[in-house]
Design a protein. Structure first.
Length: 394
């Protein structure tokens, strides 16, 4: 039967990872996949994660199944981390998922169950997996303008005009912070305008938040999400713990569904558990347990927050250094956007040909749309990248 299978398009980000591995040049620079790397190029296990794992190893006396929605203590800890006290806990249904990707997938399935003809509005561009999963589920995709190729900021007028065409029964997918792949984000006043459009159109917001703590800080990065959920009757939030806890391979995420009232909440909670059961029964637990252990222990939490701040500060430092170096070499301010962007990524805003030239001539690997992982740099490779950018004429 399998002779009928057709080959599927590869994930370009993951394909680039493979190409990088196969490049024998010792001077190569990996700005591809979104993984944090320290100045030595390593992705270390965070201190609090190691300590939590030790605690778990010592105290865990069973590995029996949790619940279909995962351990409720994980949901409580994450709801508090992401949403704070923006909405009453009794209105938030939640299910642990395999990573943020699992949360995104389950959210789309929930939408499709509730409204088979729902359209999902996505930023142009967005994380390619959003598009891939939506296509796979046969959900109609409506792109909204987002990135301004000139300013490398947000095309806010275009975005607003496009979002206003949504209506009740549609979903508007927003990145909570640290937009992937552009690094360009809304300011607080612009978020207020988006909230107004959501209220006027009646469309349902869905927030994907995968980089809380990587932009302006843990609370600052969640501020828009918190304000938004408090301002609309219903909302979906897909949160990932992969980056901010550095537990990528543990597959740790949470899908939250905020309901208009407690009656709807019970149905949401039961449906999230049902959806987990259809797809994988019980969600992975180890990463969730690490996160819960850290968030519920004052000392571990403080140490995790401190290390996350070091990570955030390192990325900001690299941004400033790169923008400064490019200003020096180009004699212009046209790369100033790099210091304004937030999170792991910046879209340089150049052609696939120039990206290819950077790879072939200089061994610099970035995604074809010119997305760079800032954490792939260090103080020594920043000048190398800046010189290469000028050399290929960007
Ligand atoms: N959403 C966005 C925008 C992402 O960039 C990522 C990637 O890290 C995810 C969700 C989910 O990541 P993971 O499934 O590894 O938790
Ligand atoms: O955008 C990134 O690089 C990260 C990691 O299918 C990632 O979000 C990339 C591709 C993918 C899953 C995760």
């Amino acid at each position: 039967m399998f002779e009928t299978l057709q080959s599927q398009p590869a994930d370009k980000i993951l394909a680039l990872m493979q190409m990088y591995k196969e490049d024998p040049r010792t001077t190569k620079v990996d700005l591809g996949v979104g993984v944090y790397k320290d100045a030595t190029g390593l992705t270390p296990v965070m201190r609090a994660v190691k300590a939590a794992e030790q605690q778990i190893w010592q105290s865990q006396d069973t590995k029996v199944y949790t619940g279909l929605a995962g351990d409720p203590a994980f949901a409580d800890a994450m709801i508090s981390l992401v949403l704070g006290d923006a909405v009453p806990r009794a209105t938030v249904a939640a299910a642990a998922t395999p990573g943020g990707t699992g949360a995104v997938r389950q959210a789309f399935e929930l939408v499709q169950m509730a409204k088979p003809d729902a359209r999902v509005f996505v930023s142009d561009p967005t994380w390619p997996n959003h598009l891939s999963i939506l296509k796979y589920l046969n959900i109609e995709i409506v792109p909204y303008r987002y990135f301004d190729d000139e300013t490398r900021g947000v095309d806010f007028d275009g975005m607003m005009a496009d979002l206003k065409t949504a209506h009740a029964g549609d979903v508007i997918l927003l990145h909570g912070c640290c937009h992937n792949p552009t690094g360009a984000n809304l300011n607080a006043a612009q978020w207020d305008d988006v909230i107004k459009v959501l209220q006027d159109t009646g469309a349902t917001p869905m927030i994907d938040i995968a980089y809380q703590g990587f932009g302006d800080g843990l609370d600052a990065d969640a501020a828009a999400t918190r304000k938004l959920v408090a301002s609309v009757p219903e909302c979906l939030i897909a949160a990932s713990c992969s980056k901010n806890f550095g537990i990528y391979r543990e597959r740790t995420g949470l899908l939250m569904a905020v309901a208009a009232d407690p009656a709807a909440h019970a149905l949401n909670q039961a449906t999230l558990a049902f959806l987990n059961r259809q797809n994988f029964s019980f969600p992975p637990d180890h990463g969730a347990r690490i996160v819960t252990t850290i968030l519920n222990d004052d000392a571990l939490r403080a140490d995790w927050m401190a290390e996350l701040e070091e990570v955030r500060g390192a990325m900001l430092g690299l941004r400033t250094q790169l923008a400064g170096e490019l200003q020096r070499l180009s004699g212009s301010d046209r790369f100033g956007f790099l210091a304004q962007h937030r999170g792991m990524f910046s879209r340089l805003g150049t052609s696939p040909e120039k990206v290819e030239e950077l790879r072939v001539k200089h061994g610099i690997y970035m995604v074809g749309d010119s997305r760079m992982n800032i954490a792939g740099l260090n103080a020594d490779s920043v000048p190398v990248l800046a010189a290469a950018i000028i050399d290929v004429g960007i």
